[in-house]
Design a protein around this ligand. Structure first.
Ligand code: CP
Length: 336
Protein backbone atom coordinates (compact mmCIF):
# COMPACT_ATOMS: atom_id res chain seq x y z
CA UNK A 1 0.00 0.00 0.00
CA UNK A 2 1.34 3.43 -0.90
CA UNK A 3 1.19 6.37 1.49
CA UNK A 4 0.70 9.23 -0.96
CA UNK A 5 -2.94 10.31 -1.08
CA UNK A 6 -4.49 10.53 -4.52
CA UNK A 7 -4.87 13.93 -6.06
CA UNK A 8 -8.34 15.18 -5.24
CA UNK A 9 -10.56 15.99 -8.20
CA UNK A 10 -10.30 19.67 -8.90
CA UNK A 11 -13.51 21.64 -8.54
CA UNK A 12 -12.46 24.55 -10.72
CA UNK A 13 -15.38 23.98 -13.09
CA UNK A 14 -17.80 22.50 -10.56
CA UNK A 15 -20.51 24.97 -9.58
CA UNK A 16 -22.90 22.97 -7.43
CA UNK A 17 -23.50 22.78 -3.70
CA UNK A 18 -26.15 20.09 -4.23
CA UNK A 19 -26.47 17.17 -6.64
CA UNK A 20 -30.18 16.90 -7.35
CA UNK A 21 -30.03 15.51 -10.87
CA UNK A 22 -27.63 15.20 -13.77
CA UNK A 23 -29.54 17.71 -15.89
CA UNK A 24 -27.76 20.47 -13.98
CA UNK A 25 -24.33 19.17 -14.98
CA UNK A 26 -22.31 20.36 -17.96
CA UNK A 27 -20.18 17.87 -19.91
CA UNK A 28 -17.08 19.22 -18.18
CA UNK A 29 -18.71 18.65 -14.77
CA UNK A 30 -19.61 15.09 -15.75
CA UNK A 31 -15.97 14.72 -16.80
CA UNK A 32 -14.84 15.96 -13.37
CA UNK A 33 -16.91 13.28 -11.66
CA UNK A 34 -15.55 10.54 -13.92
CA UNK A 35 -11.90 11.57 -13.61
CA UNK A 36 -12.39 12.03 -9.87
CA UNK A 37 -13.83 8.52 -9.64
CA UNK A 38 -10.88 7.12 -11.55
CA UNK A 39 -8.55 8.72 -9.00
CA UNK A 40 -10.64 7.35 -6.15
CA UNK A 41 -10.84 3.81 -7.55
CA UNK A 42 -7.57 2.75 -5.86
CA UNK A 43 -8.84 3.99 -2.48
CA UNK A 44 -12.19 2.25 -2.99
CA UNK A 45 -10.35 -1.01 -3.73
CA UNK A 46 -8.17 -0.60 -0.63
CA UNK A 47 -4.99 -0.22 -2.72
CA UNK A 48 -4.24 3.31 -1.57
CA UNK A 49 -4.48 5.14 1.74
CA UNK A 50 -7.65 7.07 2.55
CA UNK A 51 -7.36 10.77 1.71
CA UNK A 52 -9.31 12.15 4.70
CA UNK A 53 -10.95 14.80 2.52
CA UNK A 54 -14.15 14.80 4.60
CA UNK A 55 -12.52 14.37 8.02
CA UNK A 56 -14.82 15.85 10.66
CA UNK A 57 -17.66 16.43 8.18
CA UNK A 58 -21.07 15.04 9.14
CA UNK A 59 -22.59 12.92 6.38
CA UNK A 60 -26.09 11.62 7.02
CA UNK A 61 -27.97 9.15 4.85
CA UNK A 62 -31.74 9.61 5.12
CA UNK A 63 -33.70 6.94 3.28
CA UNK A 64 -37.49 6.90 3.06
CA UNK A 65 -37.35 3.94 0.65
CA UNK A 66 -35.45 0.68 0.82
CA UNK A 67 -31.94 0.52 -0.61
CA UNK A 68 -28.97 -1.78 -0.53
CA UNK A 69 -26.46 -0.52 -3.08
CA UNK A 70 -26.92 3.23 -2.93
CA UNK A 71 -27.09 3.63 0.83
CA UNK A 72 -24.20 1.27 1.54
CA UNK A 73 -21.95 2.73 -1.15
CA UNK A 74 -22.55 6.30 0.05
CA UNK A 75 -21.73 5.21 3.58
CA UNK A 76 -18.58 3.36 2.48
CA UNK A 77 -17.59 6.34 0.31
CA UNK A 78 -18.10 8.73 3.22
CA UNK A 79 -16.06 6.59 5.62
CA UNK A 80 -13.24 6.19 3.09
CA UNK A 81 -13.10 10.00 2.89
CA UNK A 82 -13.06 10.30 6.69
CA UNK A 83 -16.59 11.65 7.18
CA UNK A 84 -18.63 11.13 10.36
CA UNK A 85 -21.34 8.93 8.87
CA UNK A 86 -24.80 8.65 10.41
CA UNK A 87 -27.49 6.36 8.98
CA UNK A 88 -31.19 7.22 9.34
CA UNK A 89 -33.87 4.85 8.10
CA UNK A 90 -37.14 6.78 8.02
CA UNK A 91 -38.98 3.61 9.01
CA UNK A 92 -37.11 3.61 12.34
CA UNK A 93 -37.16 7.37 12.96
CA UNK A 94 -39.68 9.86 14.32
CA UNK A 95 -41.12 10.05 10.81
CA UNK A 96 -43.30 7.16 11.97
CA UNK A 97 -44.69 9.50 14.67
CA UNK A 98 -45.61 12.16 12.14
CA UNK A 99 -42.43 14.21 11.94
CA UNK A 100 -42.31 16.11 8.64
CA UNK A 101 -39.52 15.87 6.09
CA UNK A 102 -38.35 19.41 6.85
CA UNK A 103 -38.46 18.85 10.62
CA UNK A 104 -36.39 15.72 10.17
CA UNK A 105 -33.91 17.65 8.02
CA UNK A 106 -33.65 20.46 10.63
CA UNK A 107 -33.07 17.90 13.38
CA UNK A 108 -30.30 16.20 11.43
CA UNK A 109 -28.72 19.54 10.57
CA UNK A 110 -28.76 20.56 14.24
CA UNK A 111 -27.04 17.26 15.02
CA UNK A 112 -24.20 18.12 12.65
CA UNK A 113 -25.19 16.90 9.20
CA UNK A 114 -23.38 18.91 6.53
CA UNK A 115 -24.01 16.50 3.67
CA UNK A 116 -27.45 14.90 3.46
CA UNK A 117 -27.85 11.94 1.12
CA UNK A 118 -31.55 11.31 0.75
CA UNK A 119 -33.94 8.95 -0.99
CA UNK A 120 -37.66 9.65 -1.09
CA UNK A 121 -40.68 8.13 -2.82
CA UNK A 122 -41.90 11.59 -3.88
CA UNK A 123 -40.36 13.14 -6.97
CA UNK A 124 -38.87 16.51 -6.07
CA UNK A 125 -38.49 15.90 -2.33
CA UNK A 126 -34.69 16.53 -2.37
CA UNK A 127 -35.31 19.88 -4.13
CA UNK A 128 -37.59 20.96 -1.28
CA UNK A 129 -34.99 19.99 1.32
CA UNK A 130 -32.16 21.66 -0.60
CA UNK A 131 -33.98 25.00 -0.38
CA UNK A 132 -33.84 24.88 3.43
CA UNK A 133 -30.74 22.85 4.27
CA UNK A 134 -27.54 24.75 5.09
CA UNK A 135 -25.23 22.07 3.70
CA UNK A 136 -25.26 19.90 0.60
CA UNK A 137 -28.09 17.61 -0.48
CA UNK A 138 -27.45 14.58 -2.68
CA UNK A 139 -30.43 12.97 -4.36
CA UNK A 140 -30.12 9.20 -3.91
CA UNK A 141 -33.34 8.61 -5.85
CA UNK A 142 -36.62 10.54 -5.79
CA UNK A 143 -39.79 8.82 -6.96
CA UNK A 144 -39.78 8.30 -10.70
CA UNK A 145 -37.75 11.43 -11.28
CA UNK A 146 -33.98 11.05 -10.93
CA UNK A 147 -31.09 9.00 -9.60
CA UNK A 148 -28.04 11.05 -10.54
CA UNK A 149 -25.28 9.00 -8.94
CA UNK A 150 -26.64 5.80 -10.54
CA UNK A 151 -26.45 7.45 -13.97
CA UNK A 152 -22.93 8.72 -13.24
CA UNK A 153 -21.72 5.30 -12.12
CA UNK A 154 -23.31 3.69 -15.19
CA UNK A 155 -21.55 6.23 -17.40
CA UNK A 156 -18.26 5.65 -15.56
CA UNK A 157 -18.66 1.88 -16.11
CA UNK A 158 -19.25 2.37 -19.85
CA UNK A 159 -16.34 4.82 -20.09
CA UNK A 160 -13.89 2.37 -18.52
CA UNK A 161 -15.17 -0.48 -20.70
CA UNK A 162 -15.75 1.17 -24.06
CA UNK A 163 -13.50 4.22 -24.28
CA UNK A 164 -10.97 4.24 -21.42
CA UNK A 165 -8.53 6.51 -23.26
CA UNK A 166 -11.15 9.09 -24.24
CA UNK A 167 -11.70 12.42 -22.49
CA UNK A 168 -14.70 11.74 -20.18
CA UNK A 169 -16.00 15.25 -20.85
CA UNK A 170 -16.20 14.45 -24.57
CA UNK A 171 -18.79 12.55 -26.63
CA UNK A 172 -16.93 9.34 -25.86
CA UNK A 173 -19.94 7.14 -26.65
CA UNK A 174 -20.41 8.57 -30.16
CA UNK A 175 -21.07 5.70 -32.56
CA UNK A 176 -22.18 3.43 -29.71
CA UNK A 177 -25.72 2.10 -29.43
CA UNK A 178 -27.05 1.79 -25.89
CA UNK A 179 -30.46 0.23 -25.15
CA UNK A 180 -32.51 1.03 -22.06
CA UNK A 181 -34.94 -1.86 -21.72
CA UNK A 182 -38.04 -2.36 -19.64
CA UNK A 183 -40.03 -0.28 -17.19
CA UNK A 184 -38.81 3.15 -18.26
CA UNK A 185 -42.10 4.75 -17.21
CA UNK A 186 -41.38 4.31 -13.50
CA UNK A 187 -37.60 4.47 -13.70
CA UNK A 188 -35.64 7.36 -12.21
CA UNK A 189 -32.56 5.49 -13.44
CA UNK A 190 -33.80 5.71 -17.04
CA UNK A 191 -34.56 9.42 -16.74
CA UNK A 192 -31.11 10.28 -15.42
CA UNK A 193 -29.35 7.89 -17.81
CA UNK A 194 -31.08 9.40 -20.82
CA UNK A 195 -29.43 12.66 -19.87
CA UNK A 196 -25.90 11.38 -19.34
CA UNK A 197 -25.84 8.81 -22.15
CA UNK A 198 -26.99 11.32 -24.76
CA UNK A 199 -24.59 13.92 -23.34
CA UNK A 200 -21.80 11.39 -23.96
CA UNK A 201 -22.95 11.04 -27.57
CA UNK A 202 -24.55 7.58 -27.41
CA UNK A 203 -27.32 6.54 -29.80
CA UNK A 204 -29.90 5.64 -27.15
CA UNK A 205 -32.84 3.32 -27.79
CA UNK A 206 -35.58 3.00 -25.19
CA UNK A 207 -37.59 -0.22 -25.46
CA UNK A 208 -40.53 -1.76 -23.62
CA UNK A 209 -44.24 -2.48 -23.90
CA UNK A 210 -46.21 0.57 -25.04
CA UNK A 211 -47.92 0.92 -21.64
CA UNK A 212 -44.50 1.51 -20.05
CA UNK A 213 -43.37 4.05 -22.68
CA UNK A 214 -46.11 6.61 -22.14
CA UNK A 215 -44.79 10.12 -22.85
CA UNK A 216 -41.42 8.96 -24.09
CA UNK A 217 -42.26 9.37 -27.79
CA UNK A 218 -42.85 13.07 -27.24
CA UNK A 219 -39.65 13.45 -25.22
CA UNK A 220 -37.66 11.46 -27.79
CA UNK A 221 -38.84 13.75 -30.57
CA UNK A 222 -38.10 16.93 -28.66
CA UNK A 223 -34.76 15.54 -27.53
CA UNK A 224 -33.09 15.44 -24.14
CA UNK A 225 -32.38 19.03 -23.17
CA UNK A 226 -34.28 20.02 -26.34
CA UNK A 227 -31.35 18.97 -28.53
CA UNK A 228 -30.49 15.30 -28.16
CA UNK A 229 -33.11 12.95 -29.66
CA UNK A 230 -33.33 9.26 -28.85
CA UNK A 231 -35.28 6.29 -30.24
CA UNK A 232 -38.35 4.68 -28.70
CA UNK A 233 -39.63 1.26 -29.77
CA UNK A 234 -41.71 -1.68 -28.64
CA UNK A 235 -39.68 -3.96 -30.95
CA UNK A 236 -37.09 -5.65 -28.75
CA UNK A 237 -35.21 -7.30 -31.61
CA UNK A 238 -34.83 -3.99 -33.45
CA UNK A 239 -33.62 -2.32 -30.26
CA UNK A 240 -31.04 -5.01 -29.51
CA UNK A 241 -29.76 -5.30 -33.08
CA UNK A 242 -26.05 -4.34 -33.07
CA UNK A 243 -26.27 -2.77 -29.61
CA UNK A 244 -23.01 -2.12 -27.77
CA UNK A 245 -24.65 -2.11 -24.33
CA UNK A 246 -28.03 -3.02 -22.87
CA UNK A 247 -29.32 -1.64 -19.61
CA UNK A 248 -32.17 -3.76 -18.26
CA UNK A 249 -34.45 -2.08 -15.75
CA UNK A 250 -36.29 -3.48 -12.78
CA UNK A 251 -40.02 -3.87 -13.21
CA UNK A 252 -41.19 -1.50 -10.45
CA UNK A 253 -44.28 -3.26 -9.23
CA UNK A 254 -44.51 -0.97 -6.17
CA UNK A 255 -45.03 2.11 -8.42
CA UNK A 256 -47.23 0.40 -10.99
CA UNK A 257 -50.95 0.97 -11.28
CA UNK A 258 -53.13 -1.97 -12.25
CA UNK A 259 -53.62 -2.81 -15.90
CA UNK A 260 -50.24 -1.74 -17.30
CA UNK A 261 -49.20 -5.34 -18.01
CA UNK A 262 -51.31 -8.37 -18.90
CA UNK A 263 -49.20 -10.51 -16.54
CA UNK A 264 -45.64 -10.80 -15.29
CA UNK A 265 -45.27 -14.03 -17.26
CA UNK A 266 -46.29 -12.26 -20.46
CA UNK A 267 -43.82 -9.46 -19.76
CA UNK A 268 -40.97 -11.94 -19.19
CA UNK A 269 -41.91 -13.83 -22.34
CA UNK A 270 -41.93 -10.71 -24.53
CA UNK A 271 -39.37 -8.37 -22.93
CA UNK A 272 -37.13 -10.44 -20.67
CA UNK A 273 -33.45 -10.12 -21.61
CA UNK A 274 -32.47 -13.69 -22.47
CA UNK A 275 -29.22 -15.01 -23.94
CA UNK A 276 -31.05 -15.81 -27.14
CA UNK A 277 -32.28 -12.25 -27.53
CA UNK A 278 -28.96 -10.75 -26.50
CA UNK A 279 -27.39 -12.58 -29.46
CA UNK A 280 -28.86 -9.86 -31.71
CA UNK A 281 -26.52 -7.33 -30.08
CA UNK A 282 -22.84 -6.95 -30.99
CA UNK A 283 -20.67 -9.87 -29.88
CA UNK A 284 -19.65 -9.23 -26.29
CA UNK A 285 -22.21 -6.45 -25.84
CA UNK A 286 -22.21 -5.18 -22.27
CA UNK A 287 -25.15 -5.89 -19.97
CA UNK A 288 -25.98 -3.49 -17.16
CA UNK A 289 -28.70 -3.46 -14.53
CA UNK A 290 -28.94 -0.93 -11.69
CA UNK A 291 -30.32 -3.55 -9.31
CA UNK A 292 -32.07 -4.92 -7.48
CA UNK A 293 -32.82 -7.48 -10.18
CA UNK A 294 -35.93 -9.61 -10.67
CA UNK A 295 -34.08 -12.53 -12.24
CA UNK A 296 -36.29 -14.54 -14.54
CA UNK A 297 -38.52 -11.50 -15.12
CA UNK A 298 -36.70 -8.56 -16.77
CA UNK A 299 -33.41 -10.45 -17.06
CA UNK A 300 -32.62 -14.17 -17.32
CA UNK A 301 -30.35 -15.53 -14.56
CA UNK A 302 -27.76 -16.71 -17.09
CA UNK A 303 -27.53 -13.20 -18.53
CA UNK A 304 -27.50 -11.51 -15.11
CA UNK A 305 -24.47 -13.53 -14.03
CA UNK A 306 -23.03 -14.27 -17.46
CA UNK A 307 -19.70 -13.10 -18.90
CA UNK A 308 -21.20 -9.96 -20.46
CA UNK A 309 -22.79 -8.77 -17.23
CA UNK A 310 -21.32 -5.72 -15.48
CA UNK A 311 -23.78 -5.78 -12.59
CA UNK A 312 -21.23 -6.34 -9.82
CA UNK A 313 -18.76 -3.98 -11.53
CA UNK A 314 -21.44 -1.26 -11.44
CA UNK A 315 -21.84 -1.76 -7.70
CA UNK A 316 -18.08 -1.61 -7.12
CA UNK A 317 -17.73 1.51 -9.29
CA UNK A 318 -20.51 3.15 -7.28
CA UNK A 319 -18.21 3.71 -4.32
CA UNK A 320 -15.53 5.56 -6.32
CA UNK A 321 -18.11 7.65 -8.17
CA UNK A 322 -19.81 8.64 -4.91
CA UNK A 323 -16.44 9.50 -3.37
CA UNK A 324 -15.82 11.84 -6.30
CA UNK A 325 -19.26 13.43 -5.98
CA UNK A 326 -18.92 13.95 -2.22
CA UNK A 327 -15.47 15.50 -2.70
CA UNK A 328 -16.65 17.91 -5.37
CA UNK A 329 -19.71 18.95 -3.37
CA UNK A 330 -17.66 19.49 -0.24
CA UNK A 331 -15.13 21.63 -2.10
CA UNK A 332 -17.91 23.72 -3.63
CA UNK A 333 -19.64 24.13 -0.25
CA UNK A 334 -16.52 25.10 1.67
CA UNK A 335 -15.36 27.50 -1.09
CA UNK A 336 -18.46 29.69 -0.56
N1 CP B 1 -29.65 0.92 -7.96
C1 CP B 1 -30.20 1.21 -6.76
O1 CP B 1 -30.62 2.33 -6.50
O2 CP B 1 -30.20 0.16 -5.90
P1 CP B 1 -30.72 0.25 -4.38
O3 CP B 1 -32.19 0.48 -4.42
O4 CP B 1 -30.34 -1.08 -3.76
O5 CP B 1 -30.01 1.41 -3.72
Amino acid sequence: MTTAPPAAPTATAWRHRHLLDVDALSSSEIGLVLTGALRMADVARGDRDRPGTLRGIGLTTLFYEASTRTRVSFEVAGRLLGADVVTVAASASSVTKGESLLDTMRTLEARGARILVMRHATSGAPYLVARQFGGSVVNAGDGRHGHPTQALLDLYTLWRRLAPDADPASAFLAGRKVVILGDVLHSRVAHSNLWTLTAAGAEVWVCGPSTLLDGFEAWAGAGVGGTRPFRVTTDLHAALQDADAVMALRLQRERMTAGLLPSLGEYAARYGLTAERLAAARPGALVLHPGPMNEGLEIAPEVASGPQSLVTEQVANGVAVRMAVLTLLNEARTAR
